[in-house]
Design a protein around this ligand. Sequence first.
Ligand code: NAD
Length: 267
Amino acid sequence: MTRIAITGAAGRMGRVLIQAVDAAEGAEVGAAIVRHDDPMLGLDAGAIAGLGKDLGIRAVASLSEVADQFDVLIDFTTPAVTLANLSFCQQHGKCIVIGTTGFSDDEKISLADCATQTGVVFAPNYSVGVNLCLNLLRMAARVMGEDSDIEIIEMHHRHKVDAPSGTALRMGEVVAETMGWDLNEVACYGREGQTGARPHQQIGFETIRGGDVVGDHTVMFASDGERVEVTHKAQSRMTFARGAVRSALWITDQKAGLYDMQDVLGF
Ligand code: NAD
C-alpha cells in the first residue's frame, strides 16, 4: 500500500485529491497538510474532503510532523510552498508529484536542479485528455504550422491566480518546440490598441477568467480557407486528481529524476 500525503489538503484540488486517493486501489491517505492558520487544521482528512467518514488522519501544519507517515507527497499549492516541499522530500527520500502552476523560469530551473535525489513528477495538467492533446498539437504543428496562425485561448474559474494557465503555456511550448521556435521570442500575451498586422512567427495567448470553469483550452491553427481547433474541456477536478494519484503510484517504481505526465502515460 502506497501512503500518500496531500499538501494544500483544504484547497479546491486538495479536497478532491483526498477523495481520489481514498478511492484508489493500492493507495491510502498517509497525511494531510494545511496552512497553519487554516480552519481545517486538526480536522480529519475525511471530513475535509466531505467523505462522510473519518480516515484517522488529522490535518497538520508541517511536513516534518508527518515525515514517517508517507511515501509520496502530492502538492497542489503555490510555487514557493512547492519548492520548499520539494526540498524537504529530497532530503527525506520521498517522491513528489507536483501539480502547482505559475512558476517563473528561474523557479522551474531550481525545481529541475533539485529533482535529483528521488522521483519527481511535474506536470501543469494531469488529465489524460490534455496529455493526448499535447500529442495532437505536435501533429497539427507539423502538418499546418508553416501555413497557419497559431493562437491559444484558455478559460478558468474566477479564483485562478496565474495567467496564462500552466497548461496553455505547456501547449505553447510543445507547438514552439515542434516549429523550431523559442516560445519566449514568439509568445504574444494579449493584444490591444494599434497592434499592426500579425507576424506569422507568433503564438498568441488569450486568457479568460470567470465563473466556476474548471479549465478550457483551445489551440487554433488558422490558415487561409480553413481552421483546425484542438479543444479540451475539463468538467471535473477529479480528472486531474486521478492523474496525480496514478502518477504517485507510478513514481515509486522509477529511478530518481524529473518526469512529466507524458512519461507516466508512456507517450
Ligand atoms: P486553492 O487555492 O484552492 O488551494 C491551494 C491550497 O494550498 C489552499 O488551501 C492553501 O491554504 C494551501 N496552502 C498554501 N500554503 C500552504 C502551506 N504552506 N502548507 C499547506 N497548505 C498550503 O488552489 P487550487 O485550485 O486547489 O490549485 C492549486 C494549484 O494547483 C494552482 O497552482 C493550480 O493552478 C494548480 N492546478 C493544477 C492542476 C494540474 O493538473 N496540474 C489542476 C488544477 C489546479
